[in-house]
Ligand binder design. Sequence first.
Ligand code: SF4
Length: 268
Amino acid sequence: MNARKPVHVAMFSGGAASAYVAYLMVQTHGKDNCMLFFTNTLWEDNDNYRFMYEIADYLGLEITERIDGRTPEEVFLETRFLGNSRLAKCSSELKVRQTVIFIEELRDQGLEPILYFGIGPHERHRADNLKDFYGHQALEPVEARFPLLDGNIKDVNLKEVIENEWGIKLPRMYDLGFSHANCGGRCVRGGFNHYRQLHQIWPDIYKAQEDMEQRLRDLLGNVSILKRDGKPFTLEEYRQELELIEQGYQEIAIGLEDDTVPCVCVFT
Ligand code: SF4
């Protein structure tokens, strides 16, 4: 039998769902038995920090933050692999690794972490994947819980509660139309629609991402974040296509597929 004292750890990402999960966790277990855990990729939008600190104040908890120190680009350069929707080593290096280290640190202190994820009722398959994932990552399996899924709590409802009842403004990325608030719009798991949105809202950040992709291409050859018809399709090519659409020369992007997959480690 596990003699360690349970500690409830919300995987705090800067998104609305993880904030609400933290609230449910504290309501159930009391703040003295709870923690907010945030892994920083150094690509986060500044307004996410504002949101996280306001939520932490509201719950009466400190944020436990871990920073690997590398950005996703530095991970891509070191591992010589540009992340994409199918495989994103930024996630495993900057988030999962820090989480596993933290889990073992807690165990060394006689605590047994239970992880809480902001996965909603429409994402059951992701909960199953995560359960399995964290069941094998640390030295011993870690329990993962999904209160939104268990309580059938929908995204739209929890966002309303946060803004209207708690009086905390959601991260600006939601208002700007992004599907999730992670990594400041630069998520390499984002698909065509995500990057179209990024180009429209923050063309300079799109350009930064395009330049990063080019640096990786200079090093590694014909690699890209997006794929079209199973082949590399660069952000430069996509930007040129989007510019034609914006100028009215082309109606829709040809073969526009959207394979946007939110980060495996963080959630809305
Ligand atoms: S949100 Fe996207 S870019 Fe950021 S760490 Fe996760 S997979 Fe990588």
